[in-house]
Write a protein that binds this ligand. Structure first.
Ligand code: 5GP
Ligand code: ZN
Length: 135
């Protein structure tokens, strides 16, 4: 394995995958431990760690491929909806440090969120935080 990256090895065909889509820039394949039927990962063939180090021109191309694959899955499975998830850093649950987008098909009505336990926001704290973060 060139750089110890399992997704690079998949992109290079050194490790097999169940491919759904491939072109010059990206590969899409079924997640080995799917959250739902059709759970698919979209990766660039080039190695980048996450959202922040992926060049923006490449990122745009990846997102267009995510849209294309998601539209195909919705039709071909078919599914009723889907989540697109993209984790950055171990704190966010990223286990493979090669940037990837999850397309998670959802079935039926009211499938619920994927494990977001929200807390009620306090207006003054939100206002102060927005003031501190505004770009
Ligand atoms: P993360 O938690 O980093 O956002 O997601 C990594 C995903 O990659 C997980 O959902 C995991 O099941 C999947 N995965 C890890 N190793 C492999 C593999 O060798 N092949 C495939 N197809 N998926 C993998
Ligand atoms: Zn990689």
């Amino acid at each position: 394995m060139k750089n110890d990256c399992i997704f690079c090895a998949i992109a290079e065909g050194e490790i097999p995958s169940f491919k759904v889509y491939e072109d010059d820039l990206v590969l899409a394949y079924l997640d080995i431990n799917p959250f739902s039927e059709g759970h698919t990962l979209v990766i660039p063939k080039e190695h980048y760690t996450g959202l922040l180090d992926t060049p923006s021109d490449i990122l745009k191309e990846i997102v267009v491929r995510v849209q294309k694959v998601a539209a195909h899955l919705k039709e071909a499975l078919p599914c009723d909806g889907f989540n697109v998830l993209q984790n950055n850093g171990a704190a966010a649950g990223q286990t493979v440090p090669h940037v990837h987008f999850h397309i998670v098909p959802r079935y039926g009505a009211g499938g619920g969120e994927i494990a977001f336990a929200n807390h009620e926001g306090k207006m003054d704290a939100l206002a102060a935080l927005a003031a501190r973060l505004r770009m």
